[in-house]
Design a protein around this ligand. Structure first.
Ligand code: SF4
Length: 420
């Protein structure tokens, strides 16, 4: 079994907790993309494949090889979260997860890691396997429950039934997971407000530490998009989506969950550290087919084709297929857009690069007045109020920085290049 992380990368952090000589955050995450699924759901636009489970062992071998290609010494931040997403990572045998964690520890050092998440689907993660994951150091499970209503699950083409969710959740607790996140979905055609409310009551009975509640969106290129275009499926009215959104925020708040992000809720402070890296525009490594990564200034992505991925990695080549350098204004605007989704908001000094809160207040006086009551600027942070959250798109657009703006503090020198 995985012996536990070493402290290899502690040396990169000074006593103040920041990387030396850099204004970038001291910590970041690692994302591993596991593309296998028992079935390809027709609304899903993630890179996933059904019917390829026979090559899981070969895949693990290649992913391990990609992990070992990373030049750990070129990374100026410390890894504190690992996230195995997909796909359905709970299809991986524990021995595969062990190989990957061991390779990450050898390459990057997992001594500072506080959160290792693995996504699992109800009915596809038996107790023994969950016990093994837990023993290997996985300490957070993300369960794709989506709904407790058989008709909603049927529409979504999910393989599981409500009782599978109940069983897998209980098995996860028995296996020792004290940090479980549950995914729920609303705005599903045919789903009534009362069905959605019943889902919320069922999830509150389970008392997971974290809940993600997403509105079903029609993604281009999916079977759902084709059916909507052909008029075979009609999506719920905007009013229904809005009512379901307000219902989840109100009910979960009353149930003791904090909406620390617009559609993510945590009790007892059990937020998702890995997703916070994304939302705070902090660095992360992305490994596996179609995985995206970010080094503090540049986004990059791997080839979105499993066979190509395996071929390249097996030949010792990089699976990276593209990258994009963000301008200073793009970086600030991403921090703004994601930051306004967070309860903590975004720092207008460290995050957006203004010299002082007063400087930001002067430059955006008209917008602050226009959005009064929907946005607040207190201390150094700009936040959307609960009322403002309902207008996030237009509110964010009004605070975007023009492309030519030059701000301080936004030129991190971090990098996470795989070695050639
Ligand atoms: S199980 Fe999840 S990741 Fe897999 S196809 Fe369905 S929605 Fe996508």
């Amino acid at each position: 079994m995985f012996p536990g992380p070493t402290v290899k990368n502690h040396r990169r952090i000074n006593s103040s907790g920041h990387s030396q000589g850099s204004s970038v955050p001291a910590t970041g995450g690692v994302y591993l993309h596991i593309p296998f699924c028992g079935h390809k759901c027709f609304y899903c636009d993630y890179y996933t494949l059904a019917g390829r489970e026979d090559i899981i062992d070969r895949f693990v071998e290649c992913l391990e090889r990609e992990v070992r290609q990373v030049d750990g010494d070129s990374i100026s931040w410390s890894v504190d979260t690992v996230y195995m997403g997909g796909g359905t990572p709970s299809l991986l045998p524990p021995a595969g997860v062990e190989r990957l964690l061991r390779a990450l520890d050898d390459t990057l050092g997992l001594g500072s890691v506080t959160e290792i998440t693995l996504e699992a689907n109800p009915g596809e993660a038996p107790l023994e396997r969950l016990r093994d994951y837990r023993r290997l150091g996985v300490n957070r499970l993300s369960l794709g429950i989506q709904s407790f209503d058989p008709a909603v699950l049927g529409f979504l083409e999910r393989l599981h039934q409500p009782e599978d969710s109940q069983m897998t959740f209980a098995a996860a607790r028995k296996a020792g997971f004290d940090n479980i996140s549950v995914d729920l979905m609303f705005n599903v055609p045919g789903q009534s407000i009362s069905q959605w409310q019943a889902d919320l009551e069922r999830v509150l009975e389970l008392q997971p530490e974290h809940i993600s509640a997403y509105s079903l969106t029609v993604e281009a290129g999916t079977g759902l998009a084709q059916a909507v275009d052909a008029g075979e499926i009609i999506m719920p009215a905007e009013e229904t989506d809005y009512r379901m959104f307000t219902a989840v925020r109100e009910r979960l708040a009353a149930g003791g969950y904090q909406a620390y992000e617009v559609t993510n809720f945590a009790r007892d402070g059990r937020t998702c550290g890995h997703n916070l890296h994304y939302w705070r525009i902090e660095p992360y490594l992305g490994l596996g087919p179609a995985a995206h990564g970010f080094d503090g200034r540049r986004r990059y992505w791997n080839v979105r084709d499993l066979d190509q991925y395996l071929k390249r990695v097996a030949a010792g080549e990089s699976p990276r297929s593209g990258s994009e350098q963000l301008t200073v204004a793009q970086l600030a605007n991403e921090r703004l857009a994601f930051g306004l989704r967070l309860a903590e908001g975004v720092s207008v000094t460290d995050g957006l690069g203004f010299g002082s809160t007063g400087e930001f207040r002067r430059q955006f006086a008209d917008q602050l007045q226009h959005w009064s009551g929907k946005v607040e600027l207190s201390g150094t942070h700009l936040r959307a109020t609960p009322e403002g959250v309902l207008f996030l798109d237009s509110l964010t657009a009004d605070f975007m920085l023009p492309a030519e703006i030059r701000t301080r503090n936004l030129t991190p020198d971090t990098s996470c290049r795989p070695s050639p």
